[in-house]
Design a protein around this ligand. Sequence first.
Ligand code: GLN
Ligand code: ZN
Length: 758
Amino acid sequence: MVKSSVLGYPRIGADREWKKALEAYWGGKITEAELHAALRDIRQANWRKQQEAGIDLIPVNDFSYYDQVLDTAVMFGLIPKRFGYAGGVVPLSVYYGMARGTDGATACEMTKWFNTNYHYIVPEFEDTVPTLTDNKPLAAYREAKEALGIEGKPVLLGPLTFLKLSKGYRPEEADSWLNRLLPLYVQVLRELEREGVQWVQLDEPILTGVLDEADLRRLRGAYETFAAAVPGLNIMLQTYFESAEHYGRLIALPVRGIGLDFVHGREGNLQAVREQGFPQDKTLGAGVIDGRGIWRAALGEKLALLEELSACVPQDRLIVQTSCSLLHVPVTTSRETGLAPILKDALAFADEKLAEVVQLANGLGGRSEPFEAALAESGRAIEALRTSDDRNRSDVQQAAGRIAAEPAERSLPFRARRPLQQLHWQLPVLPTTTIGSFPQSAEVRKARQSWRKGEWSQANYESFVDGQIDIWIKLQEEIGLDVLVHGEFERTDMVEFFGEKLAGFAFTANGWVQSYGSRCVKPPVIYGDVAFQGPMTVRETRYAQSKTALPVKGMLTGPITILNWSFVREDVAREHIAYQLAYALRQEVEALEKAGIGMIQVDEPAVREGLPLKLSEQAAYLAWAVKAFRATTCTVKDTTQIHTHMCYCEFHDMIAPIEEMDADVISIETSRSHGELIASFEHHTYPLGIGLGVYDIHSPRVPSVDEMTAMIDRALRVLDPSLFWINPDCGLKTRGLPETEASLRHMVEATKQARAKL
Ligand code: GLN
Ligand code: ZN
């Protein structure tokens, strides 16, 4: 029999019970014992589901109280001194302190998990001696066995990936850190072996990236150590998110299993297996069911893939599994009663994927009647959506094709547009503006809810929004800002707002996935051809402009951000969908311009998130991403000023693509990249308008005029003052009114002082 396996299961619960329990505990509403009980129930329910679905190798220790990387650091006692840990069992206050900060200690850094939207806590190595605080994988294994009779597969973050994701040590210290960590890994694994564990999954996604010789030597050393220390344990060395970069070296390691991603690294991994074969002494974990996409699998194609693999690996050494942990997909489609059946039938969330894994494992072992039925049903569902009208709009497909073929250039280069814009806008030097949103007070959120529930009429809601715009236009004028915004009071989320107004999008009721900590997101689903259906932002923007003589910036979300923050159909290239989005948004840009709006900001905070893991694919992605942005914005008049905004990322390698976007003005967040961003302009003259955030909006603290002056001075040392804009780091919607107003007043004051010095 071919075995089935899952790499990890969503921890949030079908109703986000996990989030609710964590937040109740943090808010002091439940006790620690109640938290443990609530999380145990979720954890065991998750195991039960996998057991009932018939999964052979059920992951344990994939569950977490916050994040699996944090768990690994805490398990090894790698707790920065500022959290006051004094040895012994790690208290929850220390654990959550590392994740979220305490009164006296700032939280550990958080960053994106490879190219997903999941964020992990970055382990910090100090001069602490790592020690095993708790064998969490063992506890999980025992619990699954005792509670449900499950022979679980403990999942651990592998040593090389753990080392490389951690910070606080110099490159030359890597070996000594690994040497300190390996005995602890061995201790954990020995205890698992002694307990009778069969398979352990060691996650090494870092192996899908390029590694140097030293890392490959460390990898080999680590797994040789394990092979010698725990000969009885079957180690599955698990890679995911891309094809393995060093396949030949990988399959030579002394482990019993190698797990490869045959969804996101399909071509590379298949080619490697075809050309180099697969070793006789190992099991292949074939990740054929997409752990991060939401679409139903084409079982026929998956079966063909598995059959091809079984030509190289006999079936008793083949495990059918998900491509990565199911952490990245929502729990179940069964609650999605509001979706059109043609769409719902074509979706598979975590629970549906469990069934697919089992069906394929059974089907490979011998085709049976139930398998044939599943095969037929999957083919029918996929075909129905593929041939639906929503996926076959030749008008937008052709328009996207045209955009792909055109140069997408504005009629004049920046150099020539600039004097025309200066003449037209007559802005002061160092113009001040904001990024778009203003505080979304409880009142604003309540109004939106009343409108959504139908308690408020459209007219009622619109006049409420207009009232907010009135208040903020007055306030912005009074504070002395030069370029105003309407404040985005009508929007909850910058992607959802546009998705709801464009064709081709669907919204799930419960399609939540964990983003970081207890924060979950519910990405829109781009299931069909994307099309403009009428102006989306014109009413509010025009209203705001009617209330002031100063320019009001229109505010849109860009094509790449919408794409990267959605679940996207897979029957056409992402590039093509980006152009469909660009075409739709271009129509909005043109509608704004026609309504008399002459400054339009198209936000692209998520461009870098779509960057492929493989270096060789990055240039192509950036080329079409930049082009989609330009296609959105290139048809406007010379005097119309295009703005964009970016945040949430490291910018050091993004300056060239940003320049290519050809926006008249870009505002960039600086708080996360600190001085590094400013430093990257030292050797590079940025030739377009640019604003580097002069204060961090992520904290309620009101920065002083002097702090902002210091930021401005630093930036002006490397940037042309005649091109420099003054603005906060990001949108202000999560801030309160008093601190927003006070900070903006300081910003305007700092600007006045800076102007006086020019
Ligand atoms: N215009 C958006 C806002 O101000 C931008 C948000 C973002 O950069 N993430 O909220
Ligand atoms: Zn931002």
